[in-house]
Design a protein around this ligand. Structure first.
Ligand code: 13P
Length: 287
């Protein structure tokens, strides 16, 4: 099955009252694990490559792996660039055959963010590729809830930004953060509701790792379109590798170690998809 763009999956999510998992991967094993979980849960997903991991793995390699995974999949798969740092990086991924790209210039000034995001939208939409951008700042999870709140997305500016740029979905800052939380996250559900009501496009939440299940369920019920999760998968992978090598010599069959880590990522992805599909309304329609 060919890769699909975000819009197709986000529309499916709305109709079926699920949230699309946008899960980070950086190599064949993590990507296989995520797609296998998606098939087991009958839930379409976005596999996405963090901007640094595009540099690490190569956009063309990730596209090739995702293409094979998608061919073997019974559910639809999108491949996205996560937190693209520049027009040039977004273009690299569009040209490599990604079906979605995020351009993250949230820390730049508004006019520059709009100008560069529009350039990405122009080249991406020509090829049917979806575009996500960010407004407000989603900071790292070592910050306190008060510090995280300083980056909150302003709903009035968000609405203008969506209209000014023509993006397909917007990442918002509502209390989640990237990485391992140093403090329990405090989600501003009121702000999230306002953004859902007024942004003018599907709303995306980042920093899904370590966010309490009841908070994730509430955001899914409220109708967030896409939840990004990365750290939990990479921790699962690293922990499994470490556990494996505590039990085995490092001169064992390397495939056994990779398979063990891949299973751990798949298990974590299934737990996430259980939450994201918790309120699923079966429409009888395939994704
Ligand atoms: P976590 O690594 O905190 O899950 O965040 C992932 C993310 O938001 C990627 O954009």
């Amino acid at each position: 099955m060919a890769l699909v763009n975000y819009n197709k999956l986000l529309a499916y999510a709305k109709e079926n009252h699920i949230t699309i998992g946008a899960f980070n991967s950086l190599n064949m094993e993590t990507l296989q694990a995520l797609v296998s979980a998606a098939n087991k849960k009958d839930a379409p997903i976005i596999v996405q490559t963090y901007h640094k991991h595009v540099d690490f793995a190569g956009a063309d390699y990730m596209r090739a792996i995702a293409g094979v995974a998608s061919d073997h999949s019974n559910v639809k798969i999108a491949l996205g660039l996560d937190h693209g740092r520049s027009f040039e990086q977004a273009k690299l991924c569009v040209d490599a055959g990604y079906s979605g790209v995020m351009i993250d210039l949230a820390s730049a000034d508004y006019d520059y963010n709009v100008r560069e995001t529009k350039r990405v939208v122009e080249i991406a939409h020509q090829k049917g590729v979806s575009v996500e951008a960010e407004l407000g700042t989603i900071v790292d999870a070592d910050q306190t809830p008060e510090e995280i709140a300083k980056g909150y997305t302003d709903p009035v500016i968000a609405r203008k930004f969506v209209a000014d740029t023509g993006i397909d979905c917007l990442a918002v800052s509502i209390g989640t953060a990237h990485g391992t939380y140093a403090y329990e996250p405090v989600i501003n559900f009121e702000l999230l509701q306002e953004l859902l009501d007024t942004a003018g496009c599907p709303v995306v939440v980042h920093g899904g790792s370590g966010t309490p299940d009841e908070d994730v369920l509430k955001m899914v019920e409220m109708g967030i379109a896409k939840l990004n999760v990365g750290t939990d998968f990479f921790n699962a992978y690293n922990d499994a590798m470490a556990a494996f090598y505590r039990e085995h010599t490092t001169h064992c069959d390397i495939a056994d170690a990779f398979a063990y880590a891949r299973d751990a990522v798949e298990k974590t992805a299934i737990q996430k998809l259980d939450l994201l599909t918790h309120f699923r309304v079966k429409t009888g329609q395939r994704d």
